[in-house]
Design a protein around this ligand. Structure first.
Ligand SMILES: Cc1cc2nc3c(=O)[nH]c(=O)nc-3n(C[C@H](O)[C@H](O)[C@H](O)COP(=O)(O)O)c2cc1C
Length: 318
């Protein structure tokens, strides 16, 4: 059966077959993952957050060698290299930007001037509305279940998506807690026009995450992730020694400086890229509980579409 989203505005905006975006993910979403997702008919995003501008350039070129389909860049705006990364991506001809971690106002002017599609990630309806007012073409609304950095608001995808879909006129892309085709159907039923999937794509063959990180997620349950550093830089992490230290420090009323010193700059790299399972930062969402294998992206995409179709048949017959 053909998936039933042929006239979707988001697919037209992004030039894709299926309204499935692979979220930008530090240390996981390089050229291989992004190209594989785009090649399978979704939109792959190269995660600029963990790349120096020249590495980003190389990864964009590598992805172009792997697919002719649209590729986007995720640009977390809080990093000091964000402006330079944006310029590099523009020089390399990137036309789709998913910005995050900051105000979209900081980037939208030059991106729109260059004729780009700009989508920003928001964790509340209030911020999503600001994205629309700033001129974004679509907004990713990311619930509290999501892996990685997260909003302080603790609003779940189930509540955030219908709230935003009702209030906004631009397409809403649901993120947070989506790893199966039935969850895609649920997100579309709530009013989203597409989904952004992070954790599930991090645990695929093409993700650049370390094999030990992937194996740990396969073993983990939904109860094994926790949002830490809520007062400073909220991030959902998998249980390990490092996370326990962070939680103990937070409970003892540690200052922002103490926590930031512990976090350092290399924890995410150590955990997810280098496989330091004790002392590294392991970002993953609650869907860890639904992730039981490490498939190639093409197989995962087929699975998602089949599950989506089966869900519609179960609900509607036919
Ligand atoms: C390992 C990991 C790293 C992430 N890094 C980023 C990032 O660099 N920039 C960003 O905007 N979002 C980042 N995210 C969030 C994802 O893009 C996506 O919105 C989120 O994972 C969706 O929720 P899910 O994990 O339940 O699928 C990250 C998520 C994970 C799991």
């Amino acid at each position: 059966m053909t998936p039933r989203w042929k006239k979707n505005r988001l697919c037209t905006l992004l030039g894709i077959d299926h309204p499935i975006v692979q979220g930008g993910m530090v240390y996981n979403s390089g050229a291989k993952l992004a190209a594989a997702v785009s090649e399978a008919g979704g939109l792959g995003l190269i995660g600029a957050g963990s790349m120096r501008p020249e590495l980003l350039r190389a990864q964009i070129r590598k992805a172009r060698g792997l697919t002719d389909r649209p590729i986007g860049v995720n640009l977390p705006l809080l990093f000091s290299s964000a402006k330079e990364s944006m310029e590099v991506a523009l020089e390399e001809g990137i036309k789709i930007f998913f910005t995050s971690a900051g105000s979209p106002k900081r980037a939208i002017g030059p991106l729109k001037k260059a004729g780009c599609v700009v989508v920003h990630v928001a964790a509340s309806a209030k911020l999503a509305m600001k994205c629309q007012e700033a001129g974004c073409d679509a907004v990713v609304v990311e619930g509290f279940e999501a892996g990685g950095h997260n909003g302080r608001e603790e609003i779940t995808t189930m509540v955030l998506v219908p709230e935003c879909a009702t209030a906004l006129t631009i397409p809403v892309i649901a993120a947070g807690g989506i790893a199966t085709g039935s969850q895609i159907a649920a997100a579309l039923a709530l009013g989203a026009e597409g989904v952004q999937i992070g954790s599930r794509f991090a645990i695929t063959l093409e993700s650049s995450g370390h094999a030990r990180f992937k194996a740990a997620v396969v073993e983990a349950g939904a109860e094994d992730t926790h949002l830490v550093m809520k007062a400073h830089v909220p991030v959902r992490l998998l249980a390990n020694d490092f996370r326990e230290t962070v939680m103990d420090l937070e409970a003892s009323g540690a200052s922002r400086e103490e926590l930031m010193t512990l976090l350092g700059t290399g924890r995410a790299r150590a955990g997810m890229l280098e496989g330091d399972m004790e002392n590294g930062e392991l970002e993953i969402g609650q869907v860890a509980g639904l992730i039981n294998d490490i498939p190639p992206v093409a197989e995962l995409m087929t699975r998602l579409l089949d599950q989506y179709d089966a869900t519609l048949s179960r609900l509607c017959g036919g």
